[in-house]
Write a protein that binds this ligand. Structure first.
Ligand SMILES: Cc1cc2nc3c(=O)[nH]c(=O)nc-3n(C[C@H](O)[C@H](O)[C@H](O)COP(=O)(O)O)c2cc1C
Length: 439
């Protein structure tokens, strides 16, 4: 049953080719952009091409969100690459980085958090879209991904995460095991221009942010809208708002970092006002066909200190219901990053239960917003358990894609789904080898 009748559909006919390989009764279906009755002998169909076929693992079902058609549910989560020093432009590195995932079957790859204002970069090496001058470098990456030969049943899509680092800005790139060091002016940093909800630093070594005026807030709201319009002109298929991990919008949501007494602080309604204004500004700056995602931290992970002001799962639930009515199509459920004292139970797929909780709440309230799970989804079974069992609609994967850019093919094989390989690599397709015989 399609529970997303308005904006979302799983019953679509993208150019997708997949074979299910339970060996005794292999079902092969090849989807084309044609309706099923028009499929020619070039597209052998042993079974009715029904993307809601129970035999197709949920992870490999396509999905339509507004004008965006995803060939499966596996998405490359945004990852800051610190490779845009000092201009904020994307480079050939980003073409290779996103191109490898797109070429190897990911439905969508999301460009790292990209600053909507120069002072919203976490480091001087961050990507940016605060000026029209950034558009060409982004467009080159988008065109590169869109220009790849369609494989794995359809064209890969590319999205972008827009954000403002807030009180986490003006740091040197942060790598595990390395010291956390502030970017001073001599490093290309801007420690005098770091903005936050309140003058509360994230932790030692971070800048004490300047409390934003309402005018500053409106500057950021408009900057999100302008950056989103630029992203659309660069050709991105999806825009994601970074409202998680203690970045600016997330720091407004949490009472740990937001002690304001104006319309943007205090009640949850007030703390969420900034994010909702950004959502509205972006939606009014982009065409209806462009999908909009919002990443949130569904908890501050401060349950061990109940007396501490914190953003809770209950807050996230209320926020999700409001976001669903605000033009957000996908809720990307992450967590933490706003309180240095957080205690994260970092077990496999540890955030999926948060996604499942929010998805259930949305469904119970009759809201048609999709939910993405992310966080230590590192193997096919875990990903299929998230999507196939209906805990989430999409599986976002970060570090495992860095380990293996071809994980979609590996996961497909593990789940018994035969995917169409890029023609240049088709000799690696064990299924195709068997069909071709010995060469
Ligand atoms: C190198 C790296 C950079 C990241 N940069 C971002 C980012 O720009 N925006 C964001 O929301 N999350 C970022 N994350 C978090 C990931 O998107 C993801 O949520 C997290 O790594 C958990 O997924 P995983 O267990 O599959 O790695 C980053 C993670 C990594 C490993």
């Amino acid at each position: 049953m399609n529970v997303f009748p308005q904006r979302f559909s799983t019953c679509i006919y993208p150019s997708i080719s997949a074979q299910l390989l339970p060996h005794s009764h292999r079902i092969e279906y090849i989807m084309s952009s044609l309706p099923p009755q028009q499929i020619t002998e070039n597209h052998s169909v042993d079974a009715e091409p029904n993307m809601e076929d129970q035999n197709v693992p949920g992870l490999f079902q396509p999905l339509q969100v507004r004008g965006l058609t995803l060939r499966n549910r596996i998405v490359v989560s945004p990852m800051g690459m610190y490779s845009s020093y000092p201009s904020g432009n994307l480079t050939e590195f980003h073409q290779m980085h996103h191109g490898q995932f797109a070429f190897r079957g990911a439905a969508l790859t999301i460009v790292e958090v990209t600053a909507v204002l120069a002072n919203g970069r976490s480091s001087p090496s961050d990507a940016g879209l605060w000026s029209d001058a950034h558009i060409p470098s982004h467009k080159r990456v988008v065109d590169f991904v869109h220009g790849l030969e369609p494989t794995a049943g359809g064209h890969a899509k590319i999205g972008i995460q827009l954000g403002h680092a807030g009180r986490k800005a003006s740091m040197l790139p942060i790598y595990p095991g390395h010291a956390v060091v502030r970017a001073e002016k001599a490093d290309g940093g801007w420690p005098d221009e770091v903005w936050g909800a309140s003058p509360v630093p994230f932790k030692d070594n971070y800048v004490v942010p300047e409390e934003m005026s309402e005018q500053d807030i409106q500057t950021v709201v408009q900057a999100f809208g302008q950056a989103a319009a630029r992203a659309v002109s660069a050709g991105f298929d999806l825009i994601e708002i970074h409202g998680a991990h203690g970045y600016l919008l997330s720091s407004f949501l949490s009472p740990a970092s937001n002690t304001r007494r104006d319309a943007y602080g205090g009640s949850l309604e007030n703390r969420a006002r900034f994010l909702l204004e950004v959502v509205r500004e972006i939606r009014s700056s982009i065409p209806d066909t462009v999908a909009l995602s919002a990443r949130i931290s569904a908890t501050d992970w401060m349950m061990h200190a109940p007396e501490t002001p914190q953003f809770t799962v209950q807050d996230a639930t209320q926020l999700a219901l409001v976001l669903a009515d605000s033009g957000v199509d996908i809720l990307d459920v992450s967590s933490g990053g706003n309180n240095a004292a957080q205690r994260i139970p970092s077990t496999p797929s540890y955030q999926t239960s948060l996604a499942a909780h929010l998805k259930t709440a949305l469904r119970d309230a009759g809201k048609d917003m999709l939910v993405a799970a992310v966080g230590r989804i590192a193997d096919a079974r875990t990903a299929e358990a998230a999507v196939g069992e209906g805990k989430a609609d999409l599986a976002l994967v970060a570090t495992e894609f860095l380990r293996d850019a071809g994980l979609v093919y590996r996961w497909a094989e593990e789940l018994g789904v035969g995917m169409e390989w890029p023609r240049q690599y088709v000799r690696a397709d064990r299924g195709a080898g068997a069909r071709m015989g010995t060469l």
